[in-house]
Design a protein around this ligand. Structure first.
Ligand code: GLU
Length: 246
């Protein structure tokens, strides 16, 4: 297991997504408690933004305040509580995992069963790995999709192309430097919540969103969610390997 929580606040919201994610992953700590992390999208004064990441080994319940993370206040953020399956419990292996060029960040709940074969192939193609996790394979697959497409940024189509190569249960939440969010559910649970004034929440557990969201959408096994330019879309995704959804 593990816990995923993500927030994209509407422009009119006075809240802080970094704080909401910090509180959100505290509520789902029961899903994974060896390490945790939060990524926040820092809005710069100029038009460009930057993704800032904080990761820590141990229990998030022992951390009293979001101020300890020294992350910026943000409109978009995501977080993770890990239960390690591949790679030791280290800060480097903790999620979120950032793309090499800082253009997106992701968290995963599950196992990429064919990660070694994918990793070997990617390494032969010149991609390098910084962690021992299966999750990093998803980061590199997405980077390769973006590079091949020469479009410069992730799209729902590119995410679905990358995801279709994964075997096993993998539910993933992605945040891009443009402030877009993508999530797909394959096996492990995923719920989307709508808050006041159009804010959007993502979580592994519907109960964890009750303080933030006012309505919920249960994402089906095999669905990909995109939240781009304030528009939520749910796409159906099919893949070769069939597994029993949770
Ligand atoms: N397989 C991933 C890892 O070991 C995710 C584990 C989880 O679901 O927490 O980092």
């Amino acid at each position: 297991m593990c816990g995923i929580y993500g927030v994209s606040l509407s422009p009119s919201s006075q809240k802080n997504a970094t704080e909401l994610v910090f509180q959100g992953i505290k509520r789902i700590e029961y899903r994974g408690y060896d390490s945790w992390g939060v990524a926040a999208l820092k809005q710069k004064k100029t038009s460009s933004s930057e993704i800032k990441v904080y990761k820590k080994i141990g229990k998030i319940s022992e951390v009293k305040s979001v101020a300890e993370l020294k992350l910026p206040a943000a409109r978009t953020a995501l977080g993770h509580t890990r239960w390690a399956t591949h790679g030791g419990v280290t800060e480097v292996n903790a999620h979120p995992h950032l793309a090499s060029d800082g253009s997106f960040v992701l968290v995963q709940n599950g196992v990429v069963e064919n990660y070694q074969a994918l990793k070997n192939k990617l390494q032969q193609q010149g991609y390098t790995f910084k962690t021992q996790t299966d999750t990093e394979v998803i980061v590199r697959l997405l980077e390769r999709s973006v590079q091949k497409a020469k479009g410069g940024k992730l799209t729902a189509k590119l995410v679905s192309q990358a995801v279709k190569q994964l075997d096993g249960r993998s539910t993933v939440l992605i945040m891009t430097v443009e402030g877009d969010m993508y999530a797909f559910r394959y096996g492990s649970p995923l719920v989307v919540g709508r808050g006041g004034a159009g804010s959007i929440y993502f979580s592994s557990d519907v109960l964890s969103m009750s303080q933030d969201a006012i309505e919920y959408i249960a994402i089906d096994h095999g669905q990909l969610v995109s939240y781009v330019d304030g528009q939520l879309h749910i796409h159906h995704l099919t893949r070769g390997t069939e597994i029993t959804p949770v």
